[in-house]
Design a protein around this ligand. Structure first.
Ligand SMILES: Cc1cc2nc3c(=O)[nH]c(=O)nc-3n(C[C@H](O)[C@H](O)[C@H](O)COP(=O)(O)OP(=O)(O)OC[C@H]3O[C@@H](n4cnc5c(N)ncnc54)[C@H](O)[C@@H]3O)c2cc1C
Length: 117
């Protein structure tokens, strides 16, 4: 994640410095004129990076050992506990997350109903 943010910040600075854009821009604001090294851009990414409006993935659903929940949203190794929110998404979806979070909640209700029959 940090590497991607650092690359993005660096790429943005390079694009803005290209002759075609340099002619219509004044000077670099962030991270600031003179920033050139990978470490400077990584430092900027650490300081300025935020989760925005769509944080996901802190309870990732998968079948590998590092996953928190399985395909039925059950917490691996803990009986009777499920997670039903955006945290189970394995990665950020390309659109906004609210509809997908609602769908996850509806699937959780189906799983719980089915398991209590
Ligand atoms: C400013 C903003 C704008 C957004 N705009 C859009 C949009 O236009 N379209 C869209 O699709 N998505 C949008 N989203 C994203 C959308 O709101 C989320 O995808 C969705 O709310 C995720 O649902 P969730 O259930 O995972 O988490 P949340 O809705 O955050 O629900 C988590 C709940 O858990 C509670 N909680 C947290 N910790 C604890 C605890 N320890 N004990 C008990 N309760 C706890 C919280 O109080 C909260 O009620 C926006 C998000 C933000 C912040």
């Amino acid at each position: 994640m940090l590497a991607a943010a650092q690359h993005a910040a660096h790429a943005g600075a390079r694009i803005a410095a290209a002759p075609e854009l340099a002619a219509i821009t004044a000077s670099e604001v962030y991270p600031g004129v003179g920033a050139a090294t990978r470490e400077q851009f990584a430092d900027y990414a650490r300081r300025a990076g935020t989760t925005g409006h769509h944080p996901v993935g802190t309870c990732r659903m998968s079948d590998d050992d590092a996953a928190v929940v399985d395909a039925q949203l059950a917490v691996r190794g803990v009986a009777g506990l499920r997670v039903a929110d955006a945290s189970v998404m394995t990665r950020l979806i390309s659109g906004n997350t609210n509809a997908a979070a609602i769908m996850i909640g509806e699937r959780a209700a189906e799983f719980i109903r089915a398991s209590s029959r």
